[in-house]
Design a protein around this ligand. Structure first.
Ligand code: ZN
Length: 308
């Protein structure tokens, strides 16, 4: 099968634990993932902790970037970093790695840094993590959308072709992005609030807005965004999938596992469990066309169109 995952935190996890992409005890490794897929595209996020701002955040970003590059170098026969849409093509089985940043604090409030990150190979930036930063407010803040500089940064990202990710942003921030973004935007790892009432999840209306602008949304496996009652049951995750589809999300819904950044149910404990998840959704009545869209095609179509 083919798999395209919009979010994992494996860079930080491996750096913290001095372990390697190829083989490690975490949820995502080449050893666990490569045998499972004939084509695998993985977004690797540099997760910006909320304790870092300004130059501290820049240094933290650089450390993670160096680590990511060293892992790519070490595993260069197995991983190809996606720099342009053509890198998504080809028949070889190398993992296609897309570098992303989770937390716009890496820009340190300086719009000119968008171009620097773009030149580093960063294709998508989640504007905030949970707290407020120079760009805007995360989900921990009830009010306050994008700052003045945040709006400039979103416009600069549009100009530079760096994709805007609204996961983690609060509702005011979401609607600010919706009103100013000139390009389709993404919620890389967010579920539905109408199924699990958590501020990290999207409202039905927010999902429709992303769908209507041609964006995509990644299904998150974090138990806290799946259900308070029965997060370990497959049915609980499937309720999100089912409702995404009821909302007309057939061409919008994608996968955004959050592997190595979140507690996930045992039945999807690591990347090797993804084919079983696909089969389980098939047993619950989703046809192959829909499943292939969710697990791969919607994401690849989006990136082919929007990668620069
Ligand atoms: Zn996250």
């Amino acid at each position: 099968m083919r798999y395209f995952d919009l979010h994992c935190d494996t860079i930080n996890k491996c750096m913290e634990t001095c372990s390697d992409f190829s083989d490690n005890p975490h949820a995502l490794s080449l050893k666990k993932g490569m045998p499972a897929f004939e084509r695998w595209v993985q977004c690797f996020a540099i997760w910006m902790l909320d304790e870092y701002r300004g130059d501290d955040a820049v240094r933290f970003y650089e450390r993670n970037l160096e680590y990511f590059k060293s892992q790519l170098e070490k595993n260069r026969d197995k991983i190809l970093q996606v720099k342009n849409p053509d890198d998504l093509k080809g028949d070889d089985t190398r993992l296609r790695a897309i570098l992303t940043v989770e937390g716009g604090s890496a820009l340190a409030g300086r719009p000119e840094r968008v171009e620097k990150l773009k030149n580093d190979g960063v294709k998508m930036i989640t504007l905030t993590w949970n707290a407020a930063n120079e760009i805007g407010s995360g989900q921990l803040e009830d009010r306050g959308g994008l700052t003045k500089i945040g709006k400039e940064i979103v416009k600069e990202m549009d100009c530079q072709g760096v994709i805007v990710d609204v996961s983690h942003l609060n509702d005011d921030g979401f609607y600010d992005v919706a009103s100013i973004a000139g390009k389709p935007f993404v919620a890389s790892h967010s579920n539905l609030r109408s199924i699990q009432n958590h501020k990290r999840n999207l409202t039905d209306e927010q999902f429709r807005i992303i769908r209507d602008v041609g964006g995509i949304v990644g299904l998150n496996f974090y138990t806290g965004f799946i259900s308070d009652e029965n997060p370990e049951d497959f049915e609980a995750l499937f309720r999100h999938v089912y409702h995404f589809l009821e909302l007309g999300g057939e061409n919008t819904l994608c996968m955004g596992s959050d592997f190595d950044g979140a507690d996930v149910p045992k039945y999807i404990k690591d990347i090797s469990c993804v084919p079983a998840l696909y089969n389980k959704m098939a047993q619950y009545g989703l046809d192959k066309t829909t499943l292939d869209k969710i697990f791969y095609e919607n994401s690849v179509n989006f990136f082919e169109k929007n990668l620069t």
